[in-house]
Design a protein around this ligand. Structure first.
Ligand SMILES: Nc1ncnc2c1ncn2[C@@H]1O[C@H](COP(=O)(O)OP(=O)(O)OP(=O)(O)O)[C@@H](O)[C@H]1O
Ligand SMILES: [Mg+2]
Length: 208
């Protein structure tokens, strides 16, 4: 699936890449052997928060693919939620939607991975951070200045350092084994806009 939305879908800025590389959707189809696994239940709240119910790993990954088509330089996402709640799988979807040259895997031991693409993505997992002094060498501000997007798991200590608007994405397990409730809480106008674009795109896909 490749998504064209207002704000610039990255894939379309480089049409050559689309001709030679499978899109995120094609990858998912290959992996899960079916199409149309888009999240079915989306709820928009008055304060701009968006809640999405995912019923299986494919839906979470595809949600990342859709969002990846919307991202712009400097976009910052903090991903919270218990171990195994789906944060990394979601980021894997982001790298597909952004047409990165590699798909995300867990960066736990390296703290940070950088995925090259039309818009680079920094994926951080600060679970193993032992203290704030370990943040400094990561040079988070430089990552944003580099005009990349950032997705940070277990990122609470980085919030103060970055002091920038961001989207908080919370992952919670549901009652069923594979159920997840994914909540997008925007902090700042750009992130309310992203929520608008995301829901618009999901609605469009639901109608296809
Ligand atoms: N609806 C779902 N969405 C996402 N993952 C799901 C879902 N249902 C089951 N899973 C499974 O949950 C696991 C999520 O793993 P993932 O590495 O993405 O979690 P994580 O939140 O990044 O964990 P950690 O905090 O340890 O980094 C995977 O094994 C995935 O298959
Ligand atoms: Mg993870």
């Amino acid at each position: 699936m490749t998504v064209r939305v207002e704000g610039g879908a990255r894939g379309f800025a480089f049409p050559g890449a689309l001709l030679t590389r499978p899109t995120g959707y094609a990858n998912l189809k290959k992996k899960y052997g079916r199409m149309g696994c888009c999240p079915v239940r989306v709820e928009k709240q008055h304060d701009g928060t968006v809640r999405i119910w995912s019923e299986n790993p494919a839906e979470t990954e595809e949600l990342g693919v859709v969002l990846g088509g919307i991202l712009q330089p400097g976009d910052l996402f903090f991903l919270s939620g218990e171990l195994g709640s789906g944060k990394t799988l979601f980021v894997r979807g982001l790298t597909q939607g952004m047409n990165c040259t590699e798909l995300a895997t867990s960066p736990t031991f390296a703290l940070v991975h950088r995925y090259d693409g039309p818009l680079p993505l920094y994926h951080l997992d600060l679970y193993r951070l032992t203290g704030p002094e370990e943040l400094e060498p990561l040079a988070l501000e430089e990552m944003i200045e580099e005009e990349a997007a950032l997705a940070i798991e277990w990122g609470e200590p980085a919030k103060e350092v970055l002091a920038a608007p961001y989207m908080e994405v919370e992952f919670r397990r549901g009652e069923a084994e594979d159920e997840r409730l994914i909540t997008f809480r925007p902090a700042g106008e750009r992130y309310r806009r992203i929520n608008h674009l995301l829901t618009e795109e999901l609605e469009k896909q639901a109608q296809r």
